[in-house]
Design a protein around this ligand. Structure first.
Ligand code: GDP
Length: 314
């Protein structure tokens, strides 16, 4: 698989109150991504999202999902909408440049909408508001947009953030539009909004490699896997790295296995470039907050504290 350059990447987090449709939305995007990819290799397409998955749909969101669209890779990371233990949401938001705020067209703004939006705005992310469930007979998109705007103002959104684009969608029916009165026939408007509005990662692609473990995943065969964004330079399989851990200092290691996401799967790759969200295995007991860096310049990335559970809401 070819290495994707930062300008072709879009990293977004998906945030919402529970049941407003995050899972359904990502599922539809996955289902439809194949439709818009005439110029991609069939093998890649087949790997993405197999027929069985297509039939069942996804029922829980993966920690990271990558969706190919035209020549872009859209990395979508899930965020817990519930009570935030130890800065998990903040950490995840540091991997991305924008957020999709999903709001039910009938229910409108709910406590978790506020909780996650507050964190996204504080992290200076570019928001796209997705008013979902437009197919509901009692949908009231105009009121809900008013509520969302009020919430943005209340949370002290910047002028740019207040100018958020809105996509109206029915994840259930797989349709989206910029026009609440005419939903169109596919999800393309949502893909286009992501490509147009979310900035590509602003990273130094040429510098010495630097990456931070943001989420830890487990695999039966590979053991602990760190998921995170490449902050600087290229990462290569087999590469010697320095692992930097707060309070413990430096240790030598090697990137045994490197993966990017393709649909719901991890796909092994030789290398990945700055800005991409990758999974790294085989660097011992990798832990949240660990930095892996080139021995050339072994600098740690700042760690978000995880020792204080914050129970801001129930
Ligand atoms: P999540 O908790 O945000 O991931 O929400 P889900 O995607 O699991 O959806 C919660 C419920 O809302 C499920 O029963 C979905 O079928 C339903 N749902 C999701 N999107 C839509 C939609 O566009 N229209 C309607 N009518 N229902 C939807």
């Amino acid at each position: 698989m070819r290495t994707i350059t930062p300008d072709r990447l879009r990293n977004v987090a998906i945030v919402a109150h529970v049941d407003h449709g995050k899972t359904s939305l990502v599922d539809q995007m996955l289902r439809q991504s194949g439709l818009f990819r005439e110029n991609q290799q069939l093998a890649e397409r087949a790997l993405d999202y197999n027929d069985l998955e297509r039939e069942r749909g996804i029922t829980i969101l993966a920690k990271a999902t990558a969706i190919p669209y035209d020549s872009y890779r859209i990395n979508i990371v899930d965020t817990p909408g519930h009570a935030d233990f130890g800065g998990e949401v903040e950490r995840i938001l540091r991997m991305v440049d924008g957020v999709l705020l999903v709001v039910d067209a009938f229910e409108g703004v709910m406590p978790q909408t506020r909780f996650v939006l507050d964190k996204a705005l504080s992290a200076d992310l570019v928001p796209i508001v997705v008013i979902n469930k437009m197919d509901r007979p009692n949908a009231r998109p105009a009121d809900v947009i008013d509520e969302v705007l009020e919430l943005f103002i209340d949370l002290g959104a910047s002028e740019e953030q207040l100018d958020f684009p809105v996509i109206y969608a029915s994840a259930l029916e797989g349709r989206a539009s910029t026009d609440p009165n005419n939903l169109g026939s596919d999800m393309r408007p949502l893909f286009d909004a992501i490509v147009a509005h979310i900035p590509s990662p602003q990273v130094d692609a040429e510098g010495p490699f630097q990456w931070q473990a943001t989420i830890i995943d487990y695999d039966e065969y590979l053991g602990r896997i760190g998921i995170g964004r490449v902050h600087r330079g290229d990462i290569r399989q087999g590469q010697a790295v320095i692992r930097l851990r707060e309070a413990e200092g430096a240790a030598e290691g090697r990137v045994q296995k490197l993966f990017v996401y393709q649909g719901l799967r991890r796909v092994e790759v030789e290398s990945a470039s700055a800005g991409d969200i990758v999974a790294v295995a085989g660097v011992g007991d990798i832990t949240v907050g660990d930095t892996l860096a080139s021995p050339e310049r072994p600098e740690a990335l700042p760690v978000i504290k995880i020792d204080q559970p914050t129970l801001e809401m129930t």
